[in-house]
Design a protein around this ligand. Structure first.
Ligand code: SF4
Length: 375
């Protein structure tokens, strides 16, 4: 199972909380597409001829690409790789970009899954985040996408925002349930350094994120999702009727993937590499046929840490037999020793030779996993 991720590094404006790589200047968009195509061609052997089962346009804002941009990119992908006939093809879209013409184009190009950056159905939160769209646009966009037959739909929601009351958080979830959206990605607002949000908090212009509020929202979310029949298959991801994100699940299962575009990461089972996070440098380098990237060969300890970090967040948990087979008895014993305290505190449990986080443990996932790492 191999996949390709395409990073589209342009946005209309900067959301205050965002630390992804993007530019609000679109002058270089066509040059970027040209460079992206070059990179795809150069990387034709990265996946060893394995067919693509998933194609994922992320960003940034992929819905800013023109039809011509997308046609060129798809033509290149199909010329370079074999694409599985039932490949999952996802495009991240912002509500303010979606209209009938775009949806028609997406369908015609074979895009069969849309990931819509809703974040909230309340204008107050959207203004706080500096999103371009308003609540009405979010609702309208979802309805339009469904009318165009995009059943495989996911939306992003953010909780823990200082402007988001408990009542509004439950209404956001209700809205998603009522619109019959089969997959929801719900992220806790985190304050990343170097973002406008971090700066505002430092200057006292906005309230800091309240951990108590975030925990309440997390617990409300787990109950509501459970009541409505959504499965939590990863800490931030929920779905009905097995509508898992095949692309993201492959990441968590440590499948190979090729990432193209500035800041994109690739993984081939042995090493990880990442492209420069600068549009101009990316374009200039590809103009000379060189991919500007850094590479890290993963040590056994790094592979162990990565497996723990990803698997523990999923419903599939950490496979203890796999730990022993792939990392040896010493690692297995180390892990069993480290988890004793967390199991005693009700944060983890063992079942069928797998290790899982309890709901309480999921709230502390980052802290727990860092305690399990081998340094
Ligand atoms: S649209 Fe997405 S990528 Fe762009 S600034 Fe906002 S959160 Fe970041």
């Amino acid at each position: 199972m191999a996949g390709i991720y395409l990073h589209i590094p342009f946005c209309k404006q900067a959301c205050h909380y965002c630390d992804f790589h993007f530019s609000t200047s679109h002058k270089m968009k066509d040059d970027f597409v040209h460079a992206l195509i070059e990179e795809i061609k150069i990387q034709r052997d990265y996946l060893n001829g394995e067919p693509l089962h998933t194609i994922y346009f992320g960003g940034g804002t992929p819905s800013l690409l023109s039809k011509e941009n997308l046609v060129t990119i798809f033509e290149t992908i199909h010329a370079v790789f074999k694409v599985s006939s039932n490949a999952e093809i996802t495009l991240e879209a912002n509500p303010d970009d979606i209209n009938a013409i775009k949806l028609n184009d997406f369908k015609a190009l074979g895009i069969n899954r849309l990931s819509i950056g809703v974040q909230s159905f309340f204008d107050e939160d959207l203004k706080f985040m500096n999103r371009v769209h308003d609540a009405n646009m979010a609702i309208d966009c979802i309805k339009k996408a469904q009318d165009f037959g995009f059943e495989n739909l996911t939306i992003d929601l953010i909780y823990g925002t200082p402007t988001l009351s408990n009542l509004h958080w439950s209404r956001n979830l209700e809205m998603a349930f009522n619109m019959d959206i089969p997959h929801l990605s719900c992220y806790c607002l985190t304050v990343e350094q170097k973002t406008a949000l971090a700066n505002f908090i430092r200057k006292g212009k906005v309230a800091n994120v309240d951990e108590q509020r975030s925990s309440e929202h997390f617990e409300m979310m787990l109950h509501a999702m459970n009541d409505k029949g959504y499965e939590q298959y990863e800490i931030s991801n929920f779905c009905k009727q097995n509508r898992y994100s095949r692309h993201n699940t492959a990441y968590w299962m440590k499948e190979k993937y090729l990432g193209v575009g500035p800041s994109a990461h690739s993984y081939n089972g042995i090493s990880r590499q990442w492209n420069v996070s600068n549009n101009a440098k990316y374009i200039q380098s590809l103009a000379t046929g060189t991919i500007p990237f850094e590479l890290e060969t993963l040590s056994a300890n790094q592979q162990f840490n990565e497996y723990i970090m990803t698997a523990l967040r999923t419903k599939w948990g950490v496979d203890l037999a796999k730990i022993q087979d792939e990392f040896g008895l010493a690692c297995s014993n180390y892990l069993l020793n480290q988890i004793t305290e967390f199991i005693g505190r009700g944060l983890m449990f063992l079942a069928d030779d797998h290790l899982y986080l309890t709901n309480q443990g999921k709230l502390l996932a980052d802290d727990i996993t860092s305690e399990l790492f081998i340094i």
